[in-house]
Ligand binder design. Structure first.
Ligand code: C5P
Length: 243
């Protein structure tokens, strides 16, 4: 990827209020590529928080993981497009038809509005799911990584721009889907930092070296005494991995 490395760092704004989100954005503007607004912040502040972040010049990844029938998700994709987000995501488990219709609706809406279409990402197997749960609860008898790769390929075939994947899955997806397919990776921890509830982590350098396109980092930056300094240190690690 030829993007400026800083552009490949996305900070998860996992807070409840606009005030907290804007305090973080103020500290981090110019140091990172985009901000991720997930259910916690979106469900408390609504689309207005996304508009406000974009008015400040920020790029926003809306992480709401849509999973519904094709028409419903396609209409949600139109809403994301009109809102002007940089990325949004849906569950690949919703099926090929749902993904195809959503990509088509997103592109159609972007054309009508004269804006760039958002990047559409697929969520494969949630990283909180263990191989045992996949087999016994969800009823999928395949090896977990094989299932992730199968769904990443389905997402690619349906026209999605990429997937969200854990660090452990980057290499297999990169190999199966080629160099252009986007891999957005959470579960990243700088060497020596707290793991919090993340278990299978990689450092920013390792994730970039494995082939990640974008890294999503939350607490190591948002809970740092100096968030901008924490972000700069991560960007430096990413630069050293140089890809
Ligand atoms: O604070 P931390 O760096 O763990 O935040 C990572 C972000 O990425 C959180 O918003 C979390 O919900 C999200 N995420 C994740 N693992 C996934 C998918 C999303 O940690 N598999």
């Amino acid at each position: 990827m030829s993007l400026d490395v800083k552009q490949r760092l996305i900070v998860a704004l996992d807070v409840d209020t606009r005030t907290e989100a804007e305090r973080l954005v103020e500290a981090l503007e110019g140091h990172v590529g985009a901000f991720k607004v997930g259910m916690q912040l979106y469900d408390s502040e609504g689309p207005e928080i996304v508009r406000r972040l974009m008015q400040r010049g920020g790029k926003v990844f809306v992480d709401l993981k849509f999973h519904d029938i094709p028409n419903t998700v396609a209409q949600a994709g139109r809403v994301m497009t009109r809102l002007g987000v940089f990325m949004y995501n849906l569950h690949v488990a919703g099926g090929q038809e749902m993904m195809r219709q959503t990509v088509a609706a997103t592109h159609e809406e972007a054309k009508a509005a004269g804006v760039n279409p958002p990047l559409v990402l697929g969520v494969t197997v949630l990283t909180s799911i263990t191989p045992q749960q996949l087999r016994e609860e969800i009823g999928i008898d395949r090896d977990l990584t094989e299932q992730v790769v199968k769904w990443a390929k389905l997402a690619q075939k349906a026209g999605l721009d990429g997937v969200v994947a854990s660090p452990q899955e980057i290499r297999a997806i990169r190999q199966a889907c080629g160099p252009e397919f986007l891999i957005v990776t959470p579960g990243v921890r700088p060497a020596g930092s707290q793991l919090n509830d993340q278990k299978r982590v990689m450092t920013p350098g390792e994730a970039i070296a494995a082939g990640a396109s974008y890294l999503v980092v939350g607490r190591p930056i948002t809970e740092a005494a100096d968030p901008a300094a924490a972000a700069r240190a991560i960007v430096q690690e990413m630069e050293k991995a140089g890809r």
